[in-house]
Design a protein around this ligand. Structure first.
Ligand SMILES: NC(=O)c1ccc[n+]([C@@H]2O[C@H](COP(=O)([O-])OP(=O)(O)OC[C@H]3O[C@@H](n4cnc5c(N)ncnc54)[C@H](OP(=O)(O)O)[C@@H]3O)[C@@H](O)[C@H]2O)c1
Length: 229
């Protein structure tokens, strides 16, 4: 397994934890998914050092919070490169090789915001809807070659990002972090935010041979929160 991100120290710490928990060999590659040169270098490093990509999980950060009329051009462009163009570019690099070998899995980690828009995460809502459309189109390209492309849409998950979003809401509303946390959780039928490993387990399922006939879909992992049928 190879994990990628921009900060080598954070990757090393995550690799240690993953090795302890799973016993698997975990390697790291420094990569900024929003930059073409960095993404190309990372894919070719993985290919030459560890072998061809069989499973590609696209899971980077999200854009800063903001309502639809608050986001400026610069922020839109940054969010576009991080959320849509960067992941699409990596999928484009990986998919033909997967098809040639007769097996492949691409999982885009998006957000339940594509099912139930959150007004203060406008860039995420807009661009992840586009990612969902791109994944649908990609899923049709190599389906007959054993390659699937799906989206995994997490709901509230207890990570650094959730903490930052609650802090931003606290600043915007003058309400306390704990109060906002409780209000957020009150909407979740499971009564708590997800744990990162619960998202990981769903990704692992989509990446497995057991999920070989699941293609072009969106799996929400949100404790039952999203109000769609
Ligand atoms: N947490 C939630 O409640 C929630 C809900 C719905 C959707 N999501 C989505 O799920 C995904 C993961 O969320 P999270 O909560 O784990 O976010 P997070 O706590 O902000 O972590 C983001 C991870 O992505 C890496 N990253 C950020 N920018 C990157 C870039 N340009 N290139 C490569 N790696 C990058 C970060 O490492 P470096 O900083 O070292 O690069 C970090 O490991 C995000 O897309 C998020 O929007 C999260």
């Amino acid at each position: 397994m190879v994990i990628a991100g921009r900060r080598a120290e954070a990757l090393d710490a995550a690799a240690v934890r993953l090795r302890e928990r799973s016993g698997a060999a975990v390697h790291t590659v420094v990569c900024d998914v929003s930059r073409a040169d960095s993404a190309e270098a990372a894919v070719s490093e993985v290919d030459s050092r560890y072998g061809p990509l069989g499973v590609l999980v696209l899971n980077a950060g999200g854009p800063p919070p903001g309502r639809i009329l608050e986001i400026g051009d610069e922020q839109w462009l940054e969010a576009y490169e991080l959320l849509l163009l960067g992941p699409l570019r990596m999928a484009r690099m990986a998919l033909p090789g997967m098809a040639a070998r007769g097996f492949g899995r691409v999982v885009f980690v998006t957000s339940t915001a594509v099912r139930q828009p959150q007004p203060d995460l406008a860039a995420s809502v807009v661009l992840r809807s586009a990612v969902t459309a791109a994944a649908k189109l990609l899923s049709r390209e190599f389906a007959a070659d054993g390659v699937t492309v799906n989206c995994l849409a997490p709901g509230a998950t207890a990570t650094e990002r959730r903490r930052r979003i609650l802090e931003s809401r606290a600043r915007a509303t003058g309400r306390g972090h704990d109060e906002l946390d409780a209000a957020d959780v009150a909407d979740i039928p499971a009564g708590r935010p997800g744990r990162p490993e619960e998202i990981g387990a769903a990704v692992a399922f989509l990446a497995s041979t057991a999920a070989s006939y699941i293609n072009g879909t969106v799996l929400t992992v949100d404790g039952g929160r999203t109000e769609t049928i």
